[in-house]
Design a protein around this ligand. Structure first.
Ligand SMILES: [Zn+2]
Length: 446
């Protein structure tokens, strides 16, 4: 409870006693101007660096940007001397499961300023509004509906077993205010087509798995907006790699966005082979005891044939690597998503593992960074909010920015070394973010 109150006030930049003790300047208020002086800008509108720029932020937006010699810093602005540093757009993770609110600060600490929850609940709808109104500090949040699947109703799953049930369910989720429809493995054929058609009428993108019951080819024929994860092609398409070029062309023609999520394949193996290694990660101290026990409980060793699962994941990994590169080369929009905070996937940190995975799969650092900046923004502009303005550094864009010690276009790992993060105009230094995280860790009383 106390934690919630702290976040509430943090977001208003009025540190409460007992929340963030920042004996100097608190987080910059969003209505004061902030200027990054002499910084190298990585705008992510194309593969380029603009050297020695001054970037002025006011009211949460980038209000001026240009060569330092040409830009006047407003009187009274907070000046951030940034010569030799690099400024890039904040990152996105478009497949998350926010299992507890304190994870929001982990995303910020890792430079993630926009997230898409892919199994939404009314709680996420509330948080989305609280974050937008700056009552809660966190990355910009989008949220899908609860997941929709065939079969019995259970937990948070919305059952769709007939076309009429699917139609009504989609209309209901639209009224509730969700940004998208989440589909899962067992939506029956016929029902799936109705679900996609109604979502199209309601102007909601369909996001999620390729239902095993329907298959990748039919999902592409239906022009599902978003497939997460890459492994869907392996599980609901074909394990034969010779099919990959055809899938890539079909995906491009369908206009479907794909989340490769290589780190999920990788981490599921690690969860089986080195569970204690996963839990010894320094990030584990920021996970709530509840999430940690869920991780232990949901570990695949407890619920599947380990050898079979391990063989499947091992075969899937190079397949998804090849698929990812083929999709990129075919011009498919790839978007970074991780599935955090499901088992083994640490909020925020996994984004940087995924960026490294994408480079390992053959993408350039620019292409990898695009999946977490301009590409998710383009998806939102096309399917959710045409007025969204994030994912690039330019005048008029939301000031979601990372200040880095080195050039991320040369080394994608630099994106994980933020010296400070600006979230919709609010400047948070690495030290301030660390203090917030320490408070989170202390609140768990381990
Ligand atoms: Zn998921």
């Amino acid at each position: 409870m106390l934690l919630g109150v702290c976040f509430l006030f943090l977001s208003l930049a009025v540190p409460l006693p007992g929340c963030v003790h920042d004996s100097g300047s608190g987080p910059a208020r969003s209505d004061e101007a902030v200027a990054f002086i002499g910084v190298n800008v990585v705008p992510m509108d194309s593969e380029r660096v603009l050297a020695d720029q001054t970037v002025v932020v006011r009211d949460g937006l980038i209000s001026a940007m240009g060569p330092s010699s040409a830009i006047t810093v407003p009187a009274g602005a907070q000046r951030i001397e940034a010569k030799g540093r690099y400024l890039m757009p904040g990152l996105s993770d478009f497949h998350i499961h926010l299992h507890s609110d304190e994870q929001l600060v982990s995303y910020l600490a890792h430079g993630v300023t926009t997230v898409f929850e892919l199994n939404g609940t009314p709680r996420h709808l509330t948080l989305r509004e609280q974050i937008a109104k700056r009552q809660v500090l966190g990355p910009r949040l989008y949220t899908s509906s609860p997941l929709m699947d065939g079969g019995p109703e259970g937990g948070t799953v919305v059952s769709v077993n007939s076309p009429e049930q699917a139609r009504q369910a989609v209309v209901r989720q639209k009224r509730a205010g969700y940004d998208a429809i989440k589909v899962y493995d067992n939506v029956p054929p016929g029902v799936y087509e109705q679900l996609v058609a109604t979502a199209r009428e309601q102007k909601l993108p369909v996001m999620g798995h390729a239902p095993r019951t329907v298959g990748v080819d039919a999902v592409l024929r239906a022009r599902q907006a978003f497939i997460s994860h890459g492994i869907e092609y392996f599980l609901a398409g074909s394990r034969d790699e010779s099919r990959i070029p055809g899938f890539a062309l079909g995906t491009k023609a369908a206009g479907t966005t794909v989340v490769p999520d290589l780190s999920h394949v990788h981490t599921s193996l690690k969860m089986m082979e080195d569970l204690e290694g996963v839990f010894s990660d320094p990030e584990a101290r920021y996970l709530s005891p509840k999430v940690m026990s869920d991780w232990r409980y949901s570990n695949p060793t407890r619920r599947v044939d380990v050898r079979q699962f391990s063989e499947r994941q091992r075969a899937a990994y190079p397949y998804v690597q090849h698929l990812t590169l083929s999709l990129q080369r075919a011009g498919v929009r790839l978007v970074l998503g991780t599935n955090a905070s499901d088992a083994g996937l640490f909020p925020g940190k996994t984004v940087h593992l995924e960026l490294a995975e994408l480079v390992r799969a053959g993408l350039s650092p620019y292409e990898a960074l695009a999946t977490s900046t301009r590409n998710p923004a383009a998806f939102i502009e096309e399917h959710v909010d045409p007025a969204a303005r994030f994912g690039t550094v330019a005048v008029g864009q939301h000031a979601d920015l990372l200040l880095l010690p080195g050039n991320p276009l040369e080394d994608v790992g630099q994106a994980g070394q933020s010296l400070g993060v600006m979230v919709r105009g609010q400047w948070l230094t690495r030290e301030q973010l660390q203090r917030m995280r320490d408070k989170v860790a202390e609140s768990f009383n381990r």
